[in-house]
Design a protein around this ligand. Structure first.
Ligand code: NAD
Length: 364
């Protein structure tokens, strides 16, 4: 498949390929937009079936970061990195050293952080090679480090907003939630949902993650192939993307879909399919922005728990506006969110926010 005519290309500013056989690194960094500032977005490590699938993934994730950062009001553009992992290959210091050099070669046009398959320790190694990384420190009064708890907090409040809008209740007491994937974000989300009185139905392909969750909380476990179709009020996809598509949507029984996973819709048309079935969809990059809000403030050096919390707690108000606009215009929520994001990027770009100085790294 060509790159410029790739269906997901969508005017990316640049795409960079890196290979370092000695370190076992094969990676793609995609920079979708720097109109609002340097392109910020995490790094995913995954065993892709083909290079084409890795390219498709990084392009979709990168555009999603442009929209996510814009709607969250952050002075950053959108980019993303994927590391193509061979099956069963272990992570190594050399790998993240090499990835850090790759990020550094872009001279600050791209800022990296954790995503699926990457932890804080990996990002600390990257920090040894480049200052253009976040999601690694939590010191004293300053917030930062692992973004997952903040992502989970935003998703939790987003679920509250979606349940209020769709089911007309202002509490999660007795609400059933199916959580697909109980990894970094999923486990924090489950804790919050349980504390709020929700009943949990969970699935994960990783038995250890499931076991660890069930040692902490009461939850009904279902098979990964069944979780999307559970008879619940809310479906919270917290694993990988493309789970909402023409095959799955007709079988979904939940009235609300609101979760952390990026790129939940396989295509933009799937937003319409959900609307037509009366399912309220919380656009993924709006509800899951808690993590990037945390890493962005950490990067800018102005991160405190209180500040990050108050920014993350604005996610439900953004969702409520999107839900209301979608309802009044009888339009899918993803379409309304995309239009909002594009408007913010166009206005910011026109106002000359390119690589604004506020988005330069200030922490040591
Ligand atoms: P993670 O890798 O820690 O957790 C994902 C979990 O999903 C794993 O336990 C994995 O075994 C499980 N899983 C994979 N395929 C599955 C399937 N088919 N059925 C059930 N479970 C499956 O990742 P994470 O950091 O928790 O992120 C989860 C999702 O949220 C990803 O899509 C990520 O891009 C998105 N996200 C994460 C953050 C963050 O702060 N970590 C921020 C925004 C968005």
């Amino acid at each position: 498949m060509g790159v410029f005519d790739h269906p997901e290309f969508d005017h990316h500013e640049s795409i960079h390929y890196f290979e370092d056989p000695g370190a076992g690194l094969k990676a793609i960094i995609a920079i979708h937009s720097t109109a609002l500032g340097p392109a910020a977005g995490g790094c995913r490590r995954w065993n892709y079936v083909s290079d084409d699938l890795a390219l498709t993934d990084v392009l979709r994730l990168s555009r999603g970061m442009t929209y996510k950062n814009a709607v969250a009001g952050l002075p950053f553009g959108g980019g993303k990195a994927v590391i193509l992992a061979a099956e069963g290959a272990p992570k190594s210091r050399a790998l993240f050293d090499a990835f850090g050099r790759a990020v550094d070669s872009l001279q600050g046009r791209y800022i990296t952080a954790e995503d699926v398959g990457i932890g804080v320790d990996d990002m600390r190694v990257v920090r040894g090679r480049t200052p253009f990384v976040s999601g690694l420190v939590q010191t004293g009064a300053s917030a930062g480090g692992d973004p997952s708890p903040w992502t989970a907090l935003g998703v939790f409040h987003g679920i509250e907003a979606a349940v209020a809008a769709r089911l007309g209740v202002d509490s999660l007491e007795g609400i059933t939630v199916a959580v697909q994937g109980v990894g970094h974000v999923g486990v924090h989300l489950c804790r919050r949902l349980h504390a709020a009185g929700a009943r949990l139905v969970v699935a994960d392909v990783d038995r250890k993650s499931l076991q660890s969750l069930c040692e902490q909380l009461p939850a009904e476990i279902v098979a990964p192939r069944d979780i999307l179709f559970s008879d619940v009020d809310v479906l919270a996809p917290c694993a990988l993307g493309n789970v909402l598509n023409s095959e799955t949507i007709p079988r979904i029984r939940a009235k609300v879909v609101a979760g952390a996973a990026n790129n939940q819709l396989a295509s933009d048309n799937d937003g319409r399919r959900l609307t037509d079935r009366g399912i309220l969809y919380a656009p993924d990059y709006v509800i899951n922005a808690g993590g990037v809000i945390s890493v962005a403030h950490e990067y800018l050096g102005n991160s405190t728990e209180a500040r990050v919390r108050s920014e993350v707690c604005r996610i439900p108000e953004r969702l409520r506006r999107i839900f209301a606009d979608a309802e009044s215009g009888a339009r899918p929520t993803n379409v309304v969110a995309d239009e909002l994001a594009r408007r913010i990027v166009e206005q910011g770009g026109a106002a000359g926010h390119v690589n604004q100085p506020t988005a330069k790294r200030r922490i040591a």
